[in-house]
Design a protein around this ligand. Structure first.
Ligand SMILES: Nc1ncnc2c1ncn2[C@@H]1O[C@H](COP(=O)(O)OP(=O)(O)O)[C@@H](O)[C@H]1O
Ligand SMILES: [Mg+2]
Length: 222
């Protein structure tokens, strides 16, 4: 897999971007705005999300995001995330990158690392092992939206919806996740950029676009 693992923005192949951060941090909003901005500049963009992003993976998504919080053991949940991710990679991400497109992914493996690590610290080793075995790729650039958990919770509540299985854990859990994403940025400084998600949509969006344009130009690796 390693031949396509890290798309080279200067080599005519695609660029793989992910948005990460807690629920309500603004990922889906910024992913959509970025896709529009890049398309407006003539780029071919695939906007996708996890869990899901391919027909089979979307079916697995429903098993993961709906229903009771205790529906799956943490280990079973990790396996479901990896099954969905593998399908997403095979059917959506890899073909798009091979065709030279920009792939914008709303959450990727980092979410699994941080969520499962926050549930039970020793699960992190299992997550990393499975990732190496079955996925083996990281985004070229990961934008971590760092948003105050209480603000993010208020935004999330305002949004509503049925996919609330992970939101029921409350603000204490969201704070642990936030810390987890910041630690992750320190673990992967080459590809991760932490952006202040408390700012207005357009201010944050302008910074997102600037960071991504630099990555696309291949001038500065983030
Ligand atoms: N920077 C922002 N300022 C204020 N509200 C925002 C901002 N970003 C997103 N929102 C709103 O907050 C809610 C959650 O945003 P969303 O992008 O869905 O977050 P996420 O995908 O990270 O869960 C949405 O209703 C969205 O319109
Ligand atoms: Mg979202």
């Amino acid at each position: 897999m390693s031949d396509w693992a890290h798309a080279d923005p200067t080599g005519g192949r695609g660029l793989f971007l992910s948005f990460e951060g807690i629920d309500g941090s603004g990922k889906s909003t910024q992913a959509r705005l970025l896709a529009e901005a890049l398309r407006g500049r003539g780029r071919e963009v695939v906007l996708t999300r996890e869990p899901g992003g391919a027909p089979g993976a979307e079916q697995i998504r429903r098993l993961l995001v709906e229903g009771d919080g205790g529906r799956w053991s943490p280990e079973t949940e990790i396996l479901l995330f990896n099954a969905a991710r593998r399908d997403h990679l095979e059917r959506t991400i890899r073909p798009a990158l091979d065709a030279g497109k920009v792939v914008i992914c709303d959450r990727f493996a980092d979410s699994t690392r941080v969520y499962q690590g926050a549930v039970r610290a020793q699960l992190r080793g299992l997550v990393d092992q499975l990732h190496r075995l079955m996925i083996g790729v990281e985004p070229d650039l990961t934008l971590i939206l760092d948003t105050d958990p209480e603000l993010a919770l208020r935004r999330g509540l305002a949004r509503g919806g049925a996919e609330d299985r992970f939101e029921g854990f409350g603000p204490g859990f969201a704070q642990r996740l936030r810390t987890g994403f910041l630690e992750l940025a320190r673990d992967y400084p080459q590809r991760c950029r932490v952006l202040d998600g408390n700012r207005p949509v357009d201010v944050l969006g302008a910074e997102v676009l600037a960071v991504v344009e630099r990555a696309l130009a291949g001038k500065v690796r983030p």
